[in-house]
Design a protein around this ligand. Structure first.
Ligand code: NI
Length: 135
């Protein structure tokens, strides 16, 4: 019997969606307003799910203090108030779409958590647009 614990987090970040080699007109056609050469911001809302079995001794699936610390170190400290394209190494050559950001976050968190857990990342770029990645 498995159960999932969730922790929410938030970060503000700037980005620009573009493909190297395409001019601004082509980028605008494909990526719309998110291709603005001068960047723009989003208020990203993150929900991290950790699925596994409850420890009979503690009644915990995972100590939420530890999950909170990992999310702070891997996501908030790296992404909050940053320009993703210019300041976050993972996006030097990777387009910072909400899909790619969610997969980068999943990899960072999954690396920090025990293999006994299944990790789910739900990332909202706007209140209505979000992705879910489970690895
Ligand atoms: Ni955008």
């Amino acid at each position: 019997m498995s159960i999932t614990v969730y922790r929410k987090a938030h970060f503000n970040a700037a980005h620009r969606l573009c493909k190297e080699g395409w001019d601004d007109a082509k980028n605008l056609t494909v990526f719309g307003k998110c291709s603005n050469p001068n960047y723009h911001g989003h208020n990203y809302e993150l929900e991290v799910g950790v699925t596994g079995d409850v420890d009979r001794e503690t009644g915990f699936l995972i100590d939420l203090k530890i999950l909170k610390k990992i999310i702070k170190e891997e996501v908030e400290d790296s992404f909050d108030h940053k320009n993703l394209n210019l300041e976050v190494p993972e996006f030097k050559t990777l387009n910072p779409t909400v899909e790619n950001i969610a997969m980068v976050i999943w990899n960072k968190l999954n690396d920090r958590l025990s293999d006994k857990y299944m990790v789910t990342v739900k990332l909202f770029e706007t209140p209505r647009n979000f992705v879910v990645f489970t690895g």
